[in-house]
Design a protein around this ligand. Structure first.
Ligand SMILES: Cc1cc2nc3c(=O)[nH]c(=O)nc-3n(C[C@H](O)[C@H](O)[C@H](O)COP(=O)(O)OP(=O)(O)OC[C@H]3O[C@@H](n4cnc5c(N)ncnc54)[C@H](O)[C@@H]3O)c2cc1C
Length: 396
């Protein structure tokens, strides 16, 4: 039975996340304004904070399952800020998730300690990754792959020690020709020309990559099975599985930002004397002010979206297939966080758009929830295929 009640251990972990988030938030505006710089991995307060922090209890089988806690902790961290962390975990890249899902034991052992970004998107290829133009050609003489191509908008692209890229070994084979390869920074022919400039999440290091005759060992094909040199679990399907966990987490991140916006707006409204009567509920316009009614609808949207994330991560924890659910929560959160942050801005008026407060930044930051890891439209295609039992060919 699904049960989302928190245990004492869960609560202690989430309280710690909140304390860390409150410190990170103090730097949010400053690093948003210094887009061209890299933010530090560790804030000045970190050492003292962790020296004085009580040890956290270890979760046991009676506590909330790890994937659900990961989502709740993501929500808690992003409530503080999208990019700033008191102390940044060193291996949380999207490429690490791909390595975990599709890498061999040997590859996990070799590269597991690196921070890995994931580069699929190219100037001419985004939503439809089967159009990847970056090529990987096997040089039989040297037993190396030669990589040529360009990738854009790579999250943690500057900070990462290496990248998992998608490249085709046979353009005529479409999806079947696409494989993933691990390339470490410093490999000749791997260049990082610039950090991207963006609407939101400006402190995040999103980068462009160029590969010019970049040679990597044959064993860098992700999921390589030595007995079948050109087959690997690192192909399209293998790495796509990564998204079943990263999509709900992306939803959770956006919802953390939306919750920050709701908390701020509630505080301002309460200060202005607006009364919230949850017993009356949204729609009870006769007894509620218009502002309270509008706000409570946004709160309800937040709760609904959070439930889709909790359900999806709970299924992951039970080992149940959650492909469709991961798209449901990503699509729902992507739309909800936009409605919530824009709704809060509309309720608060000039205060909502002023750079004196973080609300306008939260609106910019949460926009990404509905773009990367597959746009809202792409998630809705996946959901429709799942509900109607259609193949990719039936519905594209
Ligand atoms: C800040 C940021 C970070 C990113 N990080 C990464 C990263 O780490 N790694 C990476 O590989 N990529 C990353 N991306 C890229 C991101 O995944 C793509 O932007 C996204 O997949 C959409 O691709 P596109 O921008 O090429 O848009 P397009 O694919 O050109 O789509 C344009 C519009 O058409 C719609 N559309 C496309 N196809 C269909 C369809 N079949 N039916 C209906 N509508 C459709 C889309 O929803 C969208 O609204 C990042 C992007 C940003 C902005």
């Amino acid at each position: 039975m699904i049960d989302f009640r928190l245990t004492e251990t869960d609560q202690a972990i989430l309280d710690r996340t909140r304390e860390e988030a409150l410190i990170a938030r103090r730097y949010a505006r400053e690093f948003d304004e210094r887009e061209s710089e890299m933010i530090p991995d560790t804030l000045p307060e970190a050492e003292e904070f962790y020296a004085n922090a009580a040890p956290l209890p270890k979760p046991g089988p009676e506590d909330t399952p790890a994937p659900v806690m990961m989502a709740l902790q993501a929500m808690g961290s992003y409530w503080g800020d999208y990019s700033v962390r008191l102390k940044r975990p060193m291996r949380g890249g999207l490429g690490n998730a791909a390595l975990g899902a599709a890498g061999t034991d040997e590859q996990k052992e070799k590269w597991g300690g690196l921070l890995l970004s994931m580069a699929i998107t190219e100037p001419g290829c985004g939503s439809d990754p089967s159009r990847v133009q970056t090529t990987a050609v096997l040089d039989e003489e040297t037993d190396e792959w030669v990589i040529n191509g360009e990738k854009i908008f790579v999250t943690t692209g500057i900070r990462a020690d290496g990248v998992v890229i998608w490249a085709t070994i046979d353009k005529s084979a479409g999806r079947a020709g696409i494989k993933s390869f691990l390339i470490e920074k410093g490999t000749p022919g791997f260049e990082v020309p610039h950090k991207e400039k963006k609407l939101g999440i400006r402190a995040d290091d999103t980068a462009a990559y160029v590969f010019k005759d970049c040679r990597i060992p044959r064993a860098n094909l992700l999921g390589l099975d030595e007995s079948i040199p050109k087959k690997s679990s690192g192909g399209f399907r293998g790495v796509m599985k990564t998204f079943n966990m990263t999509r709900p987490l992306t939803g959770a991140m956006g919802l953390g930002i939306a919750e920050a916006a709701l908390d701020f707006t509630r505080e301002q409204l309460e200060e202005a004397g607006v009364v919230f009567d949850h017993a009356t509920g949204p729609g009870g316009l006769g007894r509620l002010s218009a502002a309270a009614d509008r706000f409570m609808r946004l709160e309800a949207l937040f709760e609904a979206s959070k439930l889709t994330v909790l359900q999806c991560t709970w299924m992951a924890g039970q080992g149940l297939p959650n492909n469709m659910e991961s798209s449901i929560c990503k699509a729902h959160a992507g739309s909800a966080v936009r409605q919530i942050t824009q709704g809060c801005i509309e309720i608060l008026g000039t205060m909502g758009v002023s750079c004196e407060y973080l609300l306008e930044k939260w609106m910019r930051d949460c926009r990404i929830t509905d773009i990367y890891e597959g746009t809202g439209e792409i998630q809705r295609l996946i959901i429709a295929r799942g509900l109607l039992d259609y193949t990719r060919e039936d519905l594209k």
